[in-house]
Ligand binder design. Structure first.
Ligand code: SF4
Ligand code: SF4
Length: 208
């Protein structure tokens, strides 16, 4: 089942990456706002599925991570000042304000494409957690709507063997595995199911 989920996710990510590229090359990036809107709505029921299954930035970062792992390249950790909650709200404010002003004065700024480019450049050097957790303006919104969703990724403490594989593979560094504690920081979960894919003891499930 987990393998099927991984296959479906790969297919869906490629489809949305192609759709994003189609919109970008045909000057129709504003249509991606509809995808954003749908992602926001479904996050109320299923969580941040947009992040793990649809987001073109995440798809590109997955490829990057695969190459870095193969070549044994390490990224820098997220700088401490970026982790201040104030930063993410300022970025969201600037993003929304720029979109409103550009529409109001009919200025052609392809904000979503620029955001993708900035995310990619930063992620060449830094752990992808920096983008997903601290800088992505859409991620800030999704971390709010995600609270309403009552289906979460959970670790069954009775089945967990504390092998730490899930912790090492989580792109958002939100899993804590010690002898005493096995937990997932639900608010920032991308619902990418990588943790479930790597767990050999079926200790991770997606349930109410
Ligand atoms: S991969 Fe599975 S068994 Fe290993 S630490 Fe994570 S939940 Fe526990
Ligand atoms: S906890 Fe699991 S599903 Fe959530 S971001 Fe980490 S690896 Fe992905």
């Amino acid at each position: 089942m987990s393998n099927n989920k991984s296959l479906y996710r790969n297919i869906i990510q490629v489809i949305f990456l192609l759709l994003f590229a189609f919109f970008a090359f045909n000057g129709k990036m504003q249509l991606w706002i509809i995808v954003f809107g749908i992602g926001l709505l479904i996050s109320l029921i299923w969580g941040r599925i947009y992040c793990g299954w649809i987001c073109p930035i995440n798809t590109v970062l997955r490829v990057k991570k695969y190459i870095y792992n193969k070549l044994n390249i390490n990224e820098f950790d997220t700088p401490e000042f970026i982790k201040h909650p104030f930063i993410r709200w300022v970025i969201l404010f600037l993003f929304v304000t720029t979109m409103i002003v550009s529409r109001r004065f009919n200025i052609q700024i392809n904000m979503i494409l620029y955001v993708l480019i900035v995310a990619f450049i930063l992620s060449i050097f830094y752990d992808e957690e920096m983008w997903h957790k601290y800088l992505c303006p859409y991620g800030v919104l999704l971390s709010l709507t995600n609270k309403a969703n009552n289906k979460k990724i959970k670790i069954d403490e009775k089945l967990c063997k504390q092998c730490n594989l899930c912790e090492k593979n989580c792109p958002n560094n939100i899993i804590t595995i010690t002898k005493e504690v096995q937990m997932i920081g639900e608010k920032e979960c991308l619902y990418c199911f990588k943790c479930q894919d790597v767990c050999q003891f079926d200790a991770i499930s997606y349930k109410k």
